[in-house]
Design a protein around this ligand. Structure first.
Ligand code: NDP
Length: 488
């Protein structure tokens, strides 16, 4: 037997492999004790504040303002004032500001990456290599459209809508901010954005980028707070709401806005199928499965949380997956070696634990690799469930954590039927060497995004969004401009 053959059954990294700690320094981040609301280019003092913590050790980081209804109205009024001038600037002028923002984000990316990991719990290598480059890329990309709208939408006279209210979640705080703000500004709108309660700090640091870029006051306003601040923004005098978050809150917003004439886009939850055919490159697929569900602790709306494996390769795939899981390094988000960081909040950890307990109670078989979780903070080991029936809650509900449910199939038709058997329709993955099968699957899968032989790839030029209970409207690409424009 050759050495290569002998090595085949082993995990890529030997068990018990130890890594020296490689902590990223937090010196680059200067936190204020207290943050207020960013309204009209100034800091507006709020009456109430709450403490934001780091999920890695529950240490308090700063006090953050809780915006009241009156504060939200003031922010919207300020955005409305700014709209008068911003919307009349030539597109090439708006683009200059946006290119500046993109460049400053790129220059300050280390500072932002460290703060993102500190406040949100995601591994520094993800903040550094995914969130920050993509956030800057969104501003670069949409800056390019600002002076080309008439060419992008020929014979349709695109006009900005006015004030956009934007509500974002905690899983990609700065990246979601960029997804929302960049197309809105390029189209000539002004913005009031509410970050998630648990991750407000990078949005607040972004206000300093706006100051550096000399963006005119009121064009972007940031109001922090809890769900009541989001609800106040929905009801305020805005022309459009763009929301990313849970399906439950998305539905409530849709009900609230029905009949008001305000435009709405919703990017909601998902329960994506990652479908592995027996002709795929198995090792590559296993990497894709791991990236699909354990990236960002599974706090990803398009996470590949349901693995559909063709029956003939079920055993080798599960064996290789378990071996690979044993090599994942779970721990301090600020350690450069970490693969799986902290769960974002106590609330989210409770939700994951509840659904995992339901999976075991319903009869699924659980596997977690041996790993030592830190004592302080919020943690959950990478988990895979086998023996899962389609009716189990872990196969139907969004867990939004590092938990994978495995199902099997025999034929492409069966794979499609199972993949489409959820209320969601955000994304899917297909692993096969046959191009024709990829195209056939993409046609039949009811999902807004279908990846082939890869997973969780994002690009500002590519539209992203869902079907069914995953929402409506697209973000990214030229499609992402349309919801911010009026074509009357
Ligand atoms: P939410 O939908 O509650 O939060 C998303 C954003 O909406 C946050 O900024 C939130 O504020 C705000 N919000 C909350 N209530 C209202 C309201 N009534 N009106 C307007 N805005 C509101 O998600 P959660 O953080 O509670 O997470 C719960 C579950 O949702 C997760 O377990 C996951 O399954 C799913 N989820 C999906 C996401 C996705 O990307 N599709 C992202 C986040 C969560 P605040 O943070 O202050 O509550």
């Amino acid at each position: 037997m050759t050495d290569v053959e002998k090595r085949q059954d082993r995990s890529p990294v030997p068990q018990g492999w130890t890594y020296a700690p490689a902590p990223e320094s937090t010196d680059v981040v200067r936190l204020q004790d207290r943050y207020e609301l960013y309204v009209g280019g100034e800091w507006l003092t709020a009456k109430e504040h709450f403490t934001t913590i780091s999920p890695r050790d529950e240490a308090p980081l700063a006090e953050v303002a809780q915006a009241s209804e009156a504060d939200v109205h003031q922010a919207v009024a300020s955005a409305r004032d700014a709209f008068q001038t911003w919307s009349k600037l030539p597109g090439s002028e708006r683009a200059k500001y946006m290119f500046r923002i993109a460049r400053i984000l790129a220059e300050r990316s280390r500072e932002f990456a460290v703060l993102e990991s500190l406040n949100g719990g995601k591994p520094i290598k993800e903040s550094r290599d995914v969130d920050l480059p993509l956030a800057a890329a969104h501003f670069f990309y949409y800056a390019g459209w600002a002076d080309k709208l008439e060419y992008a939408f020929p014979n349709r006279t695109p006009k900005p809508l006015g004030v956009a209210g934007q509500i974002i979640p905690w899983n990609f705080p700065l990246l979601m901010l960029a997804w929302k703000i960049a197309p809105a500004l390029a189209a000539g709108n002004t913005v009031v954005l509410k970050p998630a309660e648990t991750t407000p700090l990078t949005a607040l640091l972004f206000c300093d980028v706006l100051r550096q870029a000399e963006l005119p006051p009121g064009v972007v306003n940031i109001v922090t707070g809890d769900g009541s601040t989001g609800a106040a923004l929905v009801d305020a005098d805005v022309d459009k709401i763009a929301f990313t978050g849970s399906t439950e809150v998305g539905k409530a917003i849709q009900r609230r806005l029905a009949g008001t004439g305000k435009k709405l886009t919703l990017e909601l939850g998902g329960k994506a199928a990652n479908i592995v055919f027996d002709d795929c490159a198995i090792d590559q697929a296993v990497e894709g499965i791991v990236n699909g569900i354990y990236f960002n602790q599974g706090h990803v709306c398009c996470a590949g949380s349901r693995l559909l494996v063709q029956e003939s390769i079920y055993e080798p795939v599960i064996e290789k997956l378990k071996q690979r899981m044993a090599t994942l390094r779970v721990g301090d988000p600020l350690d450069k070696n970490t693969d799986v960081g902290a769960i974002n909040s106590r609330e989210q950890l409770n939700r994951i634990e509840e659904l995992v307990a339901a999976g075991t109670a319903e009869g699924a078989e659980i596997y977690q690799p041996p790993c030592k979780l830190p004592e302080q903070g919020y943690w959950f080991a990478p988990t895979v469930f086998t023996n899962v029936a389609q009716s189990y809650r872990i196969a139907q509900e969004e867990i939004f954590g590092p938990v994978l449910s495995v199902l099997t199939f025999r034929t492409p038709d069966e794979a499609v039927e199972k993949a489409n058997n959820t209320p969601y329709g955000l994304s899917a993955g297909v692993w096969t060497e046959k191009g024709s099968r990829i195209l056939w699957m993409a046609q039949h899968l009811r999902a807004g995004v279908v990846w082939a032989n890869t997973f969780n790839r994002f690009d500002p030029t590519s539209p992203f969004g869902g079907y069914k209970e995953s929402g409506f409207g697209r973000e990214g690409g030229l499609h992402g401009m349309e919801p911010y424009l009026d074509f009357a």
